[in-house]
Write a protein that binds this ligand. Structure first.
Ligand SMILES: [Zn+2]
Ligand SMILES: [Zn+2]
Length: 243
């Protein structure tokens, strides 16, 4: 094993605080704050997802003004009630999320999970249950883990509510979404999820967790399945909102 790999493996074991994006060592000066996860250089590239934004899907708008529904949500109201992400997808956060997708070190999971709650405290009302967006079974076999489930576990612990990784399931084959436009993604993902209707979802408030929300096609389809199975309300929590 190369010396740097050995050092990196040791650092994982010893929980030496490192930047979640570039791996440089960081001091604990930031304490528990969201910014403790990143080194000073990477912090500079974080862009908070601030108002004005769509109160439904979290899409941000350029310029100043009040929050208002975006064109997509006006034309096609999602089954979820709200969607929150602390940051926009890009820069060091994108780098960190991509790293996490392929190497789910526990410290990355902890530090990224903290980002949910770092900027605005605990942003959404306490749910009855936390449910991650499931991976395709084939992808799960390939990677051996579902990154959204690892993040959802952190959220469930913060809210002190159960984590449910079995009720919501993905159906169909895993097909790459990259290169598809919004309409194509929405069409492809329609009916891509099923939720066990004999489950205990009836009347519950569900927090649906995904790592990144892009076109909302995935969370729209997942939320629809949850509501069909009896959920009273679904809110979406993600690390980053891509526009
Ligand atoms: Zn860094
Ligand atoms: Zn919207």
């Amino acid at each position: 094993m190369a010396p740097t790999r050995i050092l990196s493996a040791l650092a994982d074991l010893l929980w030496v605080p490192r930047c979640v994006a570039c791996d440089s060592f960081v001091t604990l000066a930031g304490g528990d704050s969201v910014y403790a996860a990143f080194c000073p250089v990477c912090i500079e590239s974080l862009v908070p997802a601030e108002s004005p934004r769509c109160p439904k899907c979290g899409l941000t708008f350029d310029g100043a003004g009040k929050d208002h529904l975006c064109g997509h949500c006006l034309a096609d109201r999602p089954a979820f009630s709200s969607s929150y992400a602390p940051f926009l997808y890009g820069g060091a956060l994108k780098q960190a999320i991509l790293r996490f997708k392929y190497r789910p070190a526990p410290w990355l999971s902890t530090q990224l999970g903290r980002l949910f709650f770092g900027r605005d405290g605990v942003p959404l009302a306490t749910p009855d249950v936390v449910i991650p967006v499931p991976s395709h079974p084939s992808r799960l076999r390939q990677r051996g883990f579902n990154q959204s489930a690892l993040l959802a576990r952190h959220a469930a612990a913060v809210y002190r509510v159960p984590l449910d990784t079995t009720t919501l399931r993905r159906t169909g084959e895993a097909m790459p979404q990259a290169g598809l436009n919004r309409a194509q993604r929405l069409k492809r993902l329609r009916g891509a999820f099923t939720a066990n209707s004999t489950s205990r979802l009836t009347g519950t408030r569900v927090l649906l967790v995904d790592d990144v929300v892009t076109t909302t096609a995935t969370v729209r389809a997942a939320a629809r399945a949850l509501v069909s199975a009896g959920a009273r309300r679904v809110d979406v929590l993600s690390l980053a909102r891509a526009s």
